[in-house]
Design a protein around this ligand. Structure first.
Ligand SMILES: C[S@@+](CC[C@H](N)C(=O)[O-])C[C@H]1O[C@@H](n2cnc3c(N)ncnc32)[C@H](O)[C@@H]1O
Length: 267
């Protein structure tokens, strides 16, 4: 017999997720949540969602498992190519040659965005003085990002020249996968971070990408998250959101719009 997530149980999950991660789970997501959490019920041999919810309420480790299952981590290499072009044409050439270039992928998922930038920096800046930090609330994706091993199909989006230089074709048990060049990894760091709070430990950046995550937040949470993230952006630095997102309903007095979904911090 199918195990059903009752409406009131779903509301409890909605509240928990909202409080922890800020994600505004719409009612239309009930069946999705039911199916994603079923794994954990089966793991604990629970025959109802209430027992699982009670566990999650008192067990911080299990809350992490729940968050890992609920977050949507879709990503790919060179997603929204316009932004890569803007970075290459308008930002990198103006960056003082001797100054370290620091980039933050603030909702990094499995790292496709961070490694795309790493390849560009290594190639076009032709220098080693750069650093990329990737953070995400989901502990599973951060583990994957640190490894940098992807299905071969994902390389289709990577420009040929970069693919040849930085993507190592898997053999044997890694057939059908590719591994990001180890030289890049030296300048990269992936860690778990929640956008609902200020992530002071990651430091200040020249460029921050916060793409395809604001879409999950309501306006108040967007404001909180953007305010938190902007504390990590240097004055004169650039802030990118997704081409499909906007900052219309929030206060962005410290930002000047310079291109579609690209902002410069002016104070
Ligand atoms: C759809 S992915 C976007 C990945 C990448 N930025 C891109 O554009 O391809 C959104 C990511 O945001 C993360 N996320 C959601 N809420 C978060 C929060 N409160 N703090 C940090 N990361 C969060 C999710 O775990 C997920 O990996």
């Amino acid at each position: 017999m199918a195990i059903i997530l009752a409406d009131n149980e779903f509301i409890t999950v909605q509240k928990l997720i909202f409080a922890e991660v800020g994600i505004d789970l719409q009612s239309s997501k009930k069946l999705l949540v039911q199916s994603r959490l079923l794994k954990r019920l089966l793991f604990y041999k629970f025959d109802n969602y209430l027992d699982y919810i009670r566990l999650v309420q008192v067990n911080a480790k299990e809350r992490i498992e729940m968050i890992n299952l609920i977050t949507t981590n879709e990503t790919y290499f060179f997603r929204e190519i316009d932004h890569y072009e803007y970075l290459q044409k308008e930002i990198l050439p103006k960056h003082p040659f001797k100054a370290k270039f620091r980039f933050w992928s603030a909702a990094a998922s499995v790292g496709a965005e961070a490694y795309s930038i790493a390849m560009l920096l290594d190639k076009s800046m032709a220098r080693s003085d750069w650093k990329i930090v990737g953070t995400d609330i989901n502990t599973d994706v951060i583990k994957k990002a640190r490894i940098g091993l992807y299905p071969a199909k994902w390389a289709d989006k990577i420009p040929l020249e970069l693919k040849r230089e930085y993507c190592l074709k898997g053999r044997g048990r890694h057939e059908g996968q590719f591994l990001m060049d180890r030289g890049l990894v030296e300048n990269m760091e992936f860690s778990v971070g929640n956008l609902m709070k200020y992530n002071g430990e990651v430091g200040k950046f020249d460029v921050i990408w916060l793409r395809n995550v604001l879409i999950y937040f309501d306006d108040d949470t967007k404001q909180l998250v953007v305010d938190n993230v902007l504390k990590n952006l240097k004055v004169g630095g650039y802030f990118f959101i997704s081409l499909t997102e906007n900052l219309n309903m929030i206060n962005t007095a410290s930002l000047e719009s310079v291109a579609t979904s690209v902002y410069k911090k002016i104070k």
